[in-house]
Design a protein around this ligand. Structure first.
Ligand code: CP
Ligand code: NVA
Length: 332
């Protein structure tokens, strides 16, 4: 694979809805190719000499490391700019910051709160901008999820994926829309107060007539190929633990839920980080206050044969690399 699709060159990667099924699948094919190249020690320095800004308003392990390693493997220089490092939004507007960064960097990654920030960076910088997570969407995660599903199931069309938990967060939104674009049957299973916004459901329904949003676990998980969950409390909502525990405890992914699928080969995915034991500060605090040893997924499921979460985490690298190469790379 040495060519890119011309529609992607110079384009920002802000949300799945901005891309066709063909383009999303192209990113996956390119990611698979780059993964094989990396494993076989074949150089793929398509971004030789480029400089990339990595802006993080929120913390990150996978996204930051994936962008950093992807840049390095592609021959580019990544520059990490954390919350306290630049003026963004405090002393200088997003628009002005974008104009400055665009004159120095060849591309910008942004992780943060408001989706309008990443949009403004894209509108004003004049260089490709990649969304490393906002409150609304997490599209580079979706690509890793789709690649992992395709590696295990062999295809995406008609694959049934149930997302269980906080059905209106960035991961749920992205899976609902991104999965529907590529022809999957996406089901969101959550208490009614945590259902996706109607406008997000409408976006998915443009691509699929099999979108399901339900509070019934039995209805959602029957015959599914993939069960996906995420944290009950996303970054920036840390005051909501008590309320979410109350609402979402019945939606914990446990062996009983896995059995209800009736599919012994069902795969379990989670974008990570996950609360599946007491080995974290938050995990310990929740145990002391609420008596829960595990939250959105049990340790048993997390460590079971169904769980592909670490392959999924590794695929963040290969898929992010594909996005960088396709939108900014010289792949002649
Ligand atoms: N899944 C994910 O985005 O992980 P990080 O928050 O560690 O980047
Ligand atoms: N919904 C989570 C995803 C983390 C990768 C959050 O926004 O914190």
């Amino acid at each position: 694979m040495g060519e890119t699709i011309s529609s992607l060159q110079g384009k920002s990667f802000l949300a799945e809805i901005d891309f066709t099924a063909e383009e999303l699948l192209y990113f996956l094919d390119l990611a698979a190719d780059l993964k094989a190249k990396k494993k076989n020690g074949i150089p793929h320095r398509y971004l030789e000499g480029k400089n990339i800004a990595l802006l993080f308003e929120k913390t990150s392990t996978r996204t930051r490391c994936a962008f950093t390693v992807a840049c390095t493997d592609l021959g580019a220089h990544p520059e990490y700019l954390g919350k306290g490092d630049i003026q963004l939004g405090k002393k200088e507007s997003v628009e002005d910051t974008a104009k400055v960064l665009g004159r120095m960097f060849d591309g910008i990654e942004f992780r943060g709160f408001a989706h309008k920030t990443v949009r403004s960076l894209a509108e004003n910088s004049g260089v490709p901008v990649w969304n490393g997570l906002t409150d609304m969407w997490h599209p580079t995660q979706t690509l890793a999820d789709l690649l992992t599903i395709r590696e295990h199931i062999g295809h995406l069309r008609n694959v049934k994926l149930v997302y269980v938990g906080d059905g209106r967060n960035n991961i749920a939104n992205s899976l609902l829309v991104g999965g529907s674009i590529v022809g999957m049957e996406v089901r969101i299973c959550a208490p009614k107060s945590l259902w996706p916004a109607q406008e997000v459901i409408y976006l998915a329904q443009k691509f699929s007539d099999r979108v399901m949003v339900t509070s019934s676990i039995d209805e959602a998980v029957a015959g599914t190929d993939v069960i996906y969950t995420d944290v009950w409390v996303s970054m920036g909502e840390e005051d909501k633990f008590a309320e979410r525990i109350e609402l979402l405890s019945p939606y914990q992914v446990n062996m009983q839920m896995i059995k209800k699928t009736g599919n012994d080969d069902v795969i379990f995915l989670h974008c990570l980080p996950a609360f599946h034991d007491l080995e974290t500060m938050y995990g310990k605090e929740i145990y002391e206050k609420h008596g829960l040893r595990e939250m959105e997924v049990t340790d048993e499921v997390f460590r079971s044969k169904h769980s592909k979460v670490f392959e999924q985490a590794e695929n963040r690298l290969h898929t992010i690399k594909a996005v960088l190469a396709a939108t900014l790379g010289n792949m002649e």
